[in-house]
Design a protein around this ligand. Sequence first.
Ligand code: ZN
Ligand code: ZN
Length: 254
Amino acid sequence: MAFALSIVKLTEALGKPGCVVCRMENDAATHSLTSLLWESTTDPQSRAMINRAYGFCPKHLRNFVAIELSKSGPTIGTNLIYELLAKNIAADLGSIERTAKVNRKLRDFLAKFNIHLSYPRTNSILKPSEPCPGCETVRITGENTLSTLCEVITREDEKFLSAYEQSDGICLHHLRMGLEMYLVEYPQATDYLIQDTIKRLGENREHMLEFIRKNNWKYKGEELSPEERVAWIKTMTFFSGYDGKRFDHHVDEV
Ligand SMILES: [Zn+2]
Ligand SMILES: [Zn+2]
């Protein structure tokens, strides 16, 4: 039943623009951030997980705040989580400073005897012991979605394959991930994904070459076909996973 449900969700996602696995991951992350928002005041386990991660990564923090602002107005959950994290980080910094003072004293003492210890760069300062909860959901969903995708492709369900061919397919990141995980386990599906990608890239490349040629002043009289206008956008979707509409004049701040 769970598998059937995954196929339904996957088929639905194929009807939307951008990489289908990216979309499933983002939807799952939004869902898990929404749950965390409601659990953040009541569930000590969720809070502990967020604390061990030192909060969310920048992208998921932004989404978390946006979800709270759009659903409940006052940012109580955000305040609750980040008040404690601010306190934890200040306490951890205090402890780092105390340890550093001891080490410096030891270094100065040993230097008097001409003993010079080397202090290699440490990578343990404020290191989270868990990943961002949103990123963890993304990772698990990505793996599960690729597994479902490979299984359905292996079954050769014509309706599904036709929906896949009509869709934007999967992005480079997820193709790489799918091939790394399932090249041996799902040979038929991974062969299909390779062939499908080669075909898409080849067609887009041809249209892009025409786009380049027709933008040369010598051929200015020749009009671009609809396919030639969008081939570069489709290629950007493959390289990024984004809906092609996101490739506009807007430059992201920070
Ligand atoms: Zn993707
Ligand atoms: Zn994250």
